[in-house]
Design a protein around this ligand. Structure first.
Ligand SMILES: CC(C)(COP(=O)(O)OP(=O)(O)OC[C@H]1O[C@@H](n2cnc3c(N)ncnc32)[C@H](O)[C@@H]1OP(=O)(O)O)[C@@H](O)C(=O)NCCC(=O)NCCS
Length: 343
């Protein structure tokens, strides 16, 4: 673990709100996160400059975002992003904190964190959530920092990667094995836009997520979804070069009862992120999770042949999802510790 020693002299840190339309400052903000992740995480999944710039300059109706820069002697060395959900979870905010490796252990991170609480409190939030990454069996500066700042651990996710070309030989047998167990369901795939006939089912599944996926001690409430939110998200993705490759499970009456999604950016097409996967209760035990994921891997390979690596995260306690991921060849490379503190 990289663990720079604390330096005896601490500088005066000036925290400023960064206007995302100021490209010079936004670029510096992005670079600080990029440099901090490069020395603290085993794989580079940090967002590209192009997609970050496109995303942060867009007004969103689902999240209010505040960018903070930490300046020492007029140079920005620390960068935070505070996100306030607007449709649900109005009690909480989520922050990411980065300090450039050249200025760590000088209380820049501490100043950013304290400022972020004020930002969120002014929007009537009472809880701050953050994520710290750490090696599978070790601590990390991020984890020690979050603990020092009073965050407590709420949920531990194993972060996993799978190399697609090296594992595609597994897919035929897995799909066959799964198909034998779900004769009453169809597996469907789509890209970027949820087919109109599945939008209602997709919203229901998203609203179930918090209750159905392990959340540990995290103080979160179910999200609220409707067709408008789905369509706004699709428009946003289109503007920021994000593609969603998705597979769903459809029951005999035509209802969407399961979904899995992969996100790939056109600005960083060599890797993607496997985000949520859910099968509704009542439809579990038919290998639908495995069937959807295999179908989605295949579709991704066909549509995005340059995408070679996927990353995902699952709660350690999520036995069903972990079994599916293991069958697909995912291997654990780090941990994500989801943390929270009252503010
Ligand atoms: C985590 C991070 C933001 C900390 O920034 P920082 O400016 O170095 O942190 P600070 O100097 O303000 O540290 C505040 C306290 O956190 C703890 N801490 C921070 N880094 C630590 C480390 N490497 N080892 C041990 N304790 C550490 C200490 O208790 C420290 O107080 P002290 O120096 O008086 O002992 C920085 O290491 C970073 O950018 N890491 C990569 C991204 C990341 O992990 N983000 C945070 C996730 S919550």
């Amino acid at each position: 673990m990289r663990n720079p020693a604390a330096v005896p002299t601490l500088s005066v840190v000036d925290i400023r709100v960064i206007d995302p339309h100021d490209e010079v400052l936004l670029r510096r903000h992005w670079e600080i996160g990029k440099a901090a992740e490069a020395v603290s995480r085993p794989y580079d999944f940090y967002g590209s400059w192009e997609s970050t710039c496109l995303s942060l300059t867009q007004q969103r109706d689902d999240i209010e975002r505040v960018l903070l820069g930490a300046f020492v002697d007029e140079v920005m060395w620390g960068a935070a992003l505070v996100e306030h959900p607007l449709h649900d979870n109005l009690h909480s905010a989520k922050a990411t904190y980065y300090v450039h490796p050249a200025r760590q252990r000088q209380h820049v991170g501490r100043a950013l964190a304290v400022a972020s609480y004020g930002v969120a409190r002014r929007r009537s939030r009472r809880l701050m959530v953050t994520e710290a990454f750490a090696p599978v069996d070790d601590i990390s500066p991020g984890l020690l920092f979050a603990e020092a700042m009073g965050f407590s651990q709420a949920l531990v996710d194993g972060m996993k990667v799978v190399e697609l070309p090296a594992t595609e030989h597994l897919w035929d047998a897995l799909a066959e094995r799964a198909a034998a167990r779900h004769p009453d369901y169809r597996i469907v795939t789509w890209q970027d836009q949820v087919p109109e006939q599945y939008v209602a089912g997709y919203c229901t599944l998203n609203e179930m997520f918090v209750d159905e996926a392990p959340m540990g001690e995290l103080d979160v409430e179910p999200e609220r979804w409707d067709a408008e939110r789905v369509h706004h998200g699709e428009t946003r993705n289109q503007k920021t070069g994000r593609h969603i490759v998705a597979a769903g499970a459809v029951s005999q009456d035509g209802t969407l009862v399961g979904v899995t999604e992969i996100v790939v950016s056109s600005y960083a097409p060599s890797h993607g992120f496997q985000s949520g996967t859910l099968v509704a209760p009542g439809h579990r035990g038919h290998a639908l999770g495995l069937a959807m994921k295999v179908a989605n891997h295949r579709r991704l390979r066909a549509r995005f042949p340059r995408c070679l690596l996927l990353m995902t995260g699952n709660a350690d306690v999520n036995a069903a999802m972990n079994a599916v991921n293991e069958a697909l060849g995912y291997r654990e490379v780090e941990r994500c510790i989801e943390m929270q503190r009252p503010i």
